[in-house]
Design a binder for this molecule. Structure first.
Ligand SMILES: Nc1nc2c(ncn2[C@@H]2O[C@H](COP(=O)(O)OP(=O)(O)OP(=O)(O)O)[C@@H](O)[C@H]2O)c(=O)[nH]1
Ligand SMILES: [Zn+2]
Length: 360
């Protein structure tokens, strides 16, 4: 149908619905299921779906923190207790008060049937940059789904789309003289799937036949803009641009993957947990995220699209090297980028070295 909504359009609508607290429907092989994000649920809507079989889906990391068994590998399906109100739901999804109220169990889990639909529900909630926790009601009564105009998504195509790589379209580029180099040019790329725009800052006119000095920089509002001392992002951004300026050529991708892909609100939740004593990796896990949720295929795709095939990559993160090599870019050299160490970020950098394999 030329004029009807495509799957990608429906998925983006679903993402907005979840952020607003509006339920959506995912249709799997066993029929439709009603899905809501735990973070944006209201008492009224929770009461409406509080029926036998209602489950709260959490990721393995969040379930482990709560001492609930993740029977489905990477996700857990916890039956919502009869007296589980909005307070219970928020406390399950959000670790902010875990230390004050550690005992939330015992839990009963749903273990029958496939958890594929639940897994996609969590995937969708994550891409909406909400806490990774979703309410799922299988076989909902017709009055909760019919005639309400709820967004409906077919499970298999949804799962495929969530796992797929974004295809970027160039929107515009323009000259930008900068402190680091007068010969700067900013390129804007927009994904076809309605996700975040990403930027490439090209310095000089790098020869596409030679390895280019390149950096994949992930957005860090606190470090890049506010001069945070908790991380090294701001100094790394400036040092990378300065080195490209000094060499006369380079490309820096500014990827809008704030907080290693969890979004600024969730990163601030992680910072709040770090103030309770958890390190950067533990904080992500307590929230229910992997330590790094970034999709580095985006960076590889953008570099290829700009005509580069070989890079000298400014990074201390071996995962970035591996991911570029795996996705069609040859990293001929890793160029270390050691700047911006402070008393406040020493533990952060040590944790990245110990747990995430960063090179010191
Ligand atoms: N979730 C989370 N994200 C953080 C934290 N501190 C910084 N970040 C984010 O981490 C990302 C930093 O990424 P990069 O500068 O690419 O750093 P990297 O993966 O360590 O690799 P290199 O700097 O290339 O060595 C940015 O998106 C920051 O917003 C934190 O404590 N928690
Ligand atoms: Zn940072």
């Amino acid at each position: 149908m030329a004029f009807g909504l495509s799957l990608v359009e429906q998925i983006n609508r679903a993402r907005s619905d979840l952020r607003l607290g509006v339920p959506i429907v995912i249709r799997g092989p066993d029929g439709p299921a009603l899905v809501m994000a735990a973070e944006t649920a209201t008492t009224e809507r929770l009461d409406a779906v509080r029926l036998p079989g209602l489950v709260l889906v959490l990721t393995r990391h969040r379930a482990e923190t709560l001492k609930a068994r993740p029977y489905d590998g990477d996700v857990a399906r916890i039956l919502v207790p009869r007296d589980g109100g909005l307070g219970w739901l928020r406390a399950m999804a959000d670790p902010a008060d875990d230390l004050r109220h550690p005992m939330k169990g015992p839990f009963q889990s749903a273990r029958d049937g496939s958890a594929d639909l639940h897994r996609s529900a969590i995937g969708l909630v994550k891409t909406a940059q909400l806490l990774p926790a979703a309410l799922v009601l299988g076989a909902p009564p017709p009055e909760l789904t019919a005639g309400l105009g709820l967004t409906e998504l077919p499970l298999e195509p949804l799962a495929r789309e969530l796992a797929g790589a974004s295809i970027m379209a160039p929107v515009v580029n323009a000259r930008l003289p900068m402190v680091a180099s007068q010969a700067g040019r900013v390129h804007i790329f927009r994904p076809r799937d309605g996700g975040e725009e990403h930027y490439a800052i090209e310095i000089g006119q790098p020869d596409r036949a030679q390895p280019v000095l390149a950096r994949l920089h992930s957005a860090c509002f606190t470090g890049d803009v506010l001069g945070s001392l908790k991380c090294d992002c701001g100094p790394q951004l400036n040092a990378a641009l300065a080195q490209m300026g000094a060499e006369g050529a380079g490309v820096l991708l500014y990827l809008n993957q704030e907080g290693r892909g969890i979004g600024l609100a969730n990163k601030m939740r992680a910072y709040s947990l770090q103030d309770q004593g958890f390190d950067t990796v533990e904080a992500n896990h307590r929230l229910g995220f992997e330590d790094d949720e970034r999709d580095f295929r985006i960076g590889a795709g953008l570099l290829r699209q700009m005509g580069f095939s070989q890079v000298r990559l400014l990074t201390n993160n071996p995962r970035k090297v591996d991911m570029l090599n795996a996705h069609g870019l040859e990293v001929v050299e890793r160029v270390a980028l050691k700047v911006g160490e402070t008393a406040q970020n020493a533990r952060y950098l040590a944790t990245k070295a110990a747990k995430s394999g960063h090179l010191l």
